[in-house]
Design a protein around this ligand. Structure first.
Ligand SMILES: N[C@@H](CCC(=O)N[C@@H](CS)C(=O)NCC(=O)O)C(=O)O
Length: 236
């Protein structure tokens, strides 16, 4: 990988779907970077994060030659535009198709990701069931979009990976984790056969495999977080 005089630093936490999508973009564009892990994102944010993303104070932040770029969807677009000559283009060239890609990226975060996230934090079984229902509805809508978008090809980008593949690709580890931990299949062969095979094809690509954390590491991480929360509840 050639840094080509570009200094890239990525502030993140390894399990975050938002951070993973940025890592995927850097990987598919063949860019190396310095990975800076926030040690304790929810209790003590680093000075670098507070200085780089003073508005939201969230990861990921990509620092390119000293200048921070925030918000994962915008970072992926920035990477695509900044490294036009390496790898292939992620967003389509046609303005209408670009707008449509951005529309579906927002849908993935605002509907699918949001319901999965709420399901994980639900306080009651009813809340959990509602979140899951919402997630399935979003998956069905996205399946229809994928059918139209991919035109029988394996990826949202057609024969090669594009913007939406990376945006949704960041969620793959959490989808595997939910299946392993709760026995819930977010993408399955009845509701979303195309997305299920998309997930398998995408996850098998070298540029994705080198980035996506394993389900085992996420299970360990979640156990560690639960133990930490229990310990802090016991001392308070
Ligand atoms: N919309 C943001 C969401 C980023 C986000 O929620 N990051 C989480 C980690 S997964 C975070 O930094 N949370 C810290 C906090 O909420 O204080 C993006 O796409 O970058």
């Amino acid at each position: 990988m050639d840094r080509g005089g570009d200094d890239l630093k990525l502030l993140g936490t390894w399990a975050s779907p938002f951070v993973i999508r940025v890592k995927l973009a850097l990987s598919f564009k063949g860019q190396s970077y310095e990975n800076i892990e926030e040690e304790d994102l929810y209790n003590r944010k680093s000075e670098l994060l507070l200085k780089s993303n003073p508005v939201h104070k969230k990861v990921p932040v990509l620092i390119h030659n000293g200048r921070p770029v925030c918000e994962s969807q915008l970072i992926v677009q920035y990477i695509d535009e900044s490294f036009r000559n390496t790898g292939h283009s992620l967003l389509p060239m046609d303005p209408y198709e670009r707008a449509t890609s951005r529309f579906w990226a927002a849908y993935i975060d605002d509907k699918l990701f949001a319901s999965v996230f709420h399901g994980g934090r639900a306080k009651s079984e009813e809340e959990k069931a509602n979140a899951l229902k919402q997630a399935y509805t979003s998956v069905e809508t996205l399946e229809l979009d994928f059918r139209e978008y991919s035109k029988g090809k394996p990826f949202f980008g057609g024969d090669s990976v594009g913007y939406l593949d990376l945006i949704l690709g960041g969620m793959i580890p959490v989808v595997h984790y939910i299946e392993a931990h709760y026995g819930i299949k977010i993408f399955d062969s009845t509701r979303s056969p195309l997305l299920k095979s998309w997930m398998e094809s995408f996850g098998a690509l070298d540029a994705a495999k080198s980035v996506l954390p394993s389900v085992e590491s996420l299970i360990e991480y979640s156990k560690m977080k639960q133990a930490r929360a229990a310990a802090s509840a016991a001392t308070n």
